[in-house]
Design a binder for this molecule. Structure first.
Ligand code: GP9
Ligand code: MN
Length: 414
């Protein structure tokens, strides 16, 4: 019935206020949106060097550009649905499920998703991803949430020369996307999902431009090479966008979808980091790149505040100057000063401004020190808030509760 949804509404109005505006409201109004989902990309590779060579030279420069906002404490919030969970978070500002993949289990629900809202604001929306269209049930979900077109593997030409690992390699993927992109009605929203940096991180050695790392994990060792390949692919994509006149009038968002190196490789990760991967470091490793690049903006900054995938939808809508009053989602504009102060991960960990909770332990976020036993409930307010929010999100999904919610129709010209 409708009573549960009104409780969530009450929580939204009081604690989340997803429609509250920051100074950046409308900063990218009317621009095309190019959203690049970076497969398995974690923050720890940024600014890393292997035998003296940078792993990600392009992204290292991009994050410091005056046209970029780089959120260095941005966490993925995915679970078993991996890439599809990250997509769900971005499209809905709701949490994926603790078990299973919401893209499979609840693809027919009523949603009020990003593509639908952008469509209402005259955007043409599409996804580019060189894989089978039914992988993760994308064909069904994309249809339901209103994407205008899905450029799947059939839109691309794969040959033995341009196949690496799972399929079409990222450079060919971006190159072959350009002619389609040029023909789209503007403004457009286009999501690009890369693939080369996917487990098991295979890279032909004649195309590898950094050495392998040296540890007991071949997975981690190779990871640096595939990450580098994607970094190069994104660089050449930027150059082509500039050449084709698609750069200046766009906003480009880059985001890591989820971790690539699982905890099975903690020993090797420890060697790379130069310290043991305890609970605190494990949570730190769940940070993924998040950059908002606005060509010509010139007032970009490195952002320290905690942030997560849940926040992307309201942040993007605000940058585009699109009203989201009456929308229902758990994220907040990342540029807001009075944010709610926690990021809930789907494994039960919670990151707060001061504390990090994981696996029954409470750490000081700045120092990484375990908060002593007598103070252990320092994390309790955090976990209580996070669990409440996760429960609300789960109940909306399991009960398909947006069926009972009246979305305000906003007249942006009014
Ligand atoms: C598959 C690609 C990878 O199409 O998105 O999926 P993942 O295994 O990372 O969820
Ligand atoms: Mn993925």
């Amino acid at each position: 019935d409708g009573s549960e949804i009104s409780e969530v509404e009450g929580y939204m109005d009081k604690d989340v206020q997803p429609d509250k505006k920051s100074e950046l409201f409308g900063a990218a109004k009317g621009r095309n949106v190019i959203f690049i989902s970076l497969e398995s990309f974690q923050n720890f590779v940024l600014d890393s060097k292997i035998n003296g060579k940078e792993t990600t030279p392009f992204l290292n420069d991009l994050k410091e550009s005056s046209d970029t906002f780089w959120f260095k404490n941005f966490y993925h919030q995915t679970a078993q649905g991996k890439t599809s969970d990250s997509e769900f978070l971005i499209e809905n500002s709701m949490y994926p499920l603790g078990r299973g993949a919401v893209y499979f289990t609840n693809a027919q629900n009523e949603y009020h998703s990003l593509p639908e809202m952008l469509n209402e604001n005259d955007y043409y929306t599409s996804v580019f991803h060189a894989n089978n269209r039914s992988f993760w049930n994308r064909d069904v979900m994309y249809d339901n949430i209103g994407y205008d077109h899905f450029y799947d593997e059939n839109a691309f030409e794969e040959t033995p020369q341009n196949k690496i690992g799972w399929g079409l390699e990222d450079k060919a993927f971006f190159n072959q996307s350009i002619p389609y992109l040029k023909k789209l009605d503007q403004p457009f929203y286009s999501k690009f999902i890369t693939l080369t940096n996917h487990f098991p991180f295979e890279m032909p050695q004649n195309q590898a431009h950094v050495d392998k790392f040296d540890s007991g994990s071949e997975t981690l060792n190779q990871y640096f090479q595939t990450v580098r390949y994607t970094d190069e692919a994104v660089e050449s994509f930027f150059n082509k966008l500039k050449r084709e006149g698609l750069y200046e009038n766009s906003i480009i968002i880059l985001m890591g979808d989820h971790y690539g190196i699982s905890e099975f490789h903690n020993k090797a990760m420890g060697k790379f980091l130069g310290k043991e991967v305890n609970g605190y470091e494990h949570v730190q490793l769940q940070r993924v790149p998040f950059m908002i690049h606005i060509p010509g903006y010139d007032k970009g900054e490195v952002q320290e505040n905690i942030a997560g995938q849940i926040d992307v939808k309201p942040t993007l809508l605000h940058l585009l100057g699109i009203e989201n009053k009456g929308d229902l989602g758990f994220g907040q504009d990342l540029f807001r000063k009075d944010r709610k102060g926690f990021i809930a991960l789907r494994d039960g960990s919670v990151v707060g401004d001061q504390y990090v909770y994981t696996d029954s332990q409470c750490f000081d976020r700045k120092t990484g020190k375990l908060v002593s036993d007598d103070q252990e409930d320092q994390c309790k307010p955090l976990t209580e808030k996070a669990n409440k929010e996760l429960d609300y999100s789960d109940s909306i999904i399991y009960g398909d509760l947006l069926r009972f919610y009246e979305f305000n129709q906003i007249d942006n010209n009014g």
